[in-house]
Design a protein around this ligand. Structure first.
Ligand code: ZN
Length: 325
């Protein structure tokens, strides 16, 4: 019977499951909606059931499981600790539930780090040893890989790139600090600035793209930038400039081989990457920038589940090595 690993990416709206052989052949993939109403235990029971069905259907044996989940987590105890987008998942013993059903090595990791591992192993980060992944979406998150290993740091807190300070006289962030990168570059904050200026009466095409100013999103801003709207372009340029400052700080600190940018805002493509590349030289002086690749992520919504698979393989190999010794 072939041995396989399972990768699970748990999100606020959907859960992705993928099963691969140890040789890397994807034999099954499923997506389940995160039915918040039925509660954490019933949601995970559905995931366990799906995996059991796949294993029986494909006649394969499970060797290890990797799970990506929104933080905060207690990785050592295998607990999910009340993430903002998973209500009532307070101190939820996710690893214990998986272990009870499948007695195999299991590893839990935060979703930003699994996305980083996904891009590193399967996406834009292939071939590099040191990368930084940044997701610019509703929030701004990220992960750091040095010499092939995720950097966890004290309290498993490393890699919170969205909460590095770039504007100390700016606005307060959800995390409590003032002027985090997230308060400028996250989708909700791009929309916030646009709404504020539209409400102040500044002329803009954005008024015609929505019925009501309150409906303006980062997508509306991007659409207006493509149509050469002055106000939208100012907001977008400011976003790109501050993202460049945040990225420049990371480059100066870590000197990675590649910065990989994903997430909904990054799907603006060259509209984001072109100004980013032109701003970066202003803010990086100590590192040869031509040696740092600034690349779009390749896996889209798949990065998390791919990273979970990579983690499962890693934990399987580590457990195997332990038995060999
Ligand atoms: Zn913050």
């Amino acid at each position: 019977m072939d041995e396989v690993v399972a990768g699970i990416d748990i999100g606020g709206t959907k859960i992705a499951i993928a099963i691969e052989t140890l040789a890397g052949e994807r034999i099954a993939a499923r997506r389940l909606p995160t039915q918040v109403k039925i509660g954490a235990y019933a949601i995970i029971e559905n995931v366990l059931q799906s995996i059991t069905e796949i294993l029986e259907d494909k006649q394969v044996k499970l060797a290890a499981i990797g799970i990506g989940c929104p933080s905060p987590l207690d990785i050592e105890k295998g607990l999910v600790i009340s993430p903002s987008n998973l209500q009532n998942w307070d101190n939820f013993p996710i690893v214990k539930l998986f272990k009870k059903r499948f007695n195999v090595p299991i590893v839990l990791e935060n979703d930003a780090n699994t996305a980083t591992l996904g891009e590193y192993n399967y996406g834009a980060g292939r071939g590099f040893k040191n990368i930084v992944y940044i997701t610019v979406s509703t929030g701004v998150g990220g992960g750091i890989i040095i010499n092939g290993e995720i950097v966890h740091g004290v309290g498993w807190g490393a890699g919170e790139l969205g909460h590095t300070i770039v504007q100390p006289d700016g606005v307060r962030c959800n995390c409590g600090s003032i002027g985090c990168l997230e308060t400028i570059c996250a989708g909700v904050h791009i929309a916030r600035r646009a709404k504020m200026r539209l409400a102040g009466g500044e002329p803009s095409l954005m008024n015609e793209l929505v019925l009501n100013i309150n409906e303006v999103t980062a997508k509306t801003v991007v659409e207006a930038v493509r149509k050469k709207d002055q106000l939208a372009s100012e907001i977008w340029t400011e976003t790109c400039r501050f993202l460049a400052i945040g990225i420049a700080n990371i480059i100066t600190l870590i000197a990675p081989e590649a910065i990989i940018i994903g997430g909904g805002v990054a799907s603006a493509g060259e509209l984001l990457f072109a100004p980013l590349r032109s701003f970066l030289p202003q803010f990086v002086s100590m590192i040869p920038l031509e040696k740092v690749a600034v690349l779009p992520a390749e896996l889209g919504g798949e990065s998390g589940v791919c990273g979970a698979l990579a983690l499962a393989k890693q934990v399987y190999l580590e457990s195997y090595q332990v038995y060999e010794v």
